[in-house]
Design a protein around this ligand. Structure first.
Ligand code: PNS
Length: 208
């Protein structure tokens, strides 16, 4: 619950972000006057489309959570897409990752969580979604992400990738780091939403 998250915040003083209080809904901008004969409205309608937030989320971290809530403020509705057959071998099976993200988003509305197989570009075309969100923590992230974004556009020219730069306090947090800490029995609770902790405890019995 939100109250649960708040208690967690007080106790740990962890940087766990709070859900957005308000969201911008698609079409909001079309209420203003439009001097361009509907064109401006059309453009804003396009920009305010639903966006997809793809990833491995192995596991879902507070860094992912922050990017997701910020993307929701920009696009209103977000589809979180868990890559089922990620190139990397994952610790959590796709259905586990979907469930942990849904649990972490219990108090947040306007976000749907699904898993997908195959190419993101193809999945987006099937769903009619044109904007992919990716979080960027470092320059190294950007180099890899630019490569992926341009490959994706070669596969699907209707799509664009929007990068959200992570806040400094989340820049060092990664799923890899969380798995590493958990595998050595460390406390991962400062790095993941409270709802994700039990999923990690179940997979790494020695972690707290
Ligand atoms: O959280 P990650 O591991 O950085 O996410 C990477 C992900 C899952 C978004 C990316 O590997 C992906 O889109 N996989 C699906 C297959 C695909 O479309 N690959 C990119 C083609 S260049």
């Amino acid at each position: 619950t939100r109250a649960g998250s708040a208690r967690f915040l007080d106790r740990r003083a962890a940087p766990y972000p709070r859900p957005a209080e308000s969201t911008i809904h698609s079409g909001t901008s079309s209420q203003g006057t439009d001097k361009n004969g509907g064109r401006e409205r059309q453009i804003m309608g396009d920009i305010m489309d639903m966006a997809i937030y793809p990833g491995s989320f192995d596991p879902f971290t507070i860094g992912h959570y922050d990017v997701l809530l910020r993307a929701q403020k920009l696009f209103g509705k977000i589809l979180v897409a868990v890559a089922a057959d990620a190139a990397k071998r994952t610790v959590f099976a796709a259905p586990e990752r979907v469930t942990m993200i849904r649990e972490a988003l219990r108090t947040v509305s306007g976000i749907e969580v699904v898993s997908f197989e195959g190419l993101l570009a193809a999945f987006m075309r099937t769903r009619g979604i044109r904007i992919a969100i990716r979080g960027i923590r470092t320059a190294a992230d950007l180099a890899y992400e630019m490569e992926m974004a341009s490959a994706n556009r070669m596969l699907n020219t209707d799509m664009d990738t929007v990068f959200i730069g992570s806040e400094g306090r989340f820049a060092q947090i990664s799923s890899t780091l969380v798995r590493e800490i958990a595998s050595h029995g460390g406390d991962i609770s400062p790095f993941v939403p409270p709802a994700v902790v039990p999923f990690i405890a179940a997979k790494f019995p020695r972690s707290r």
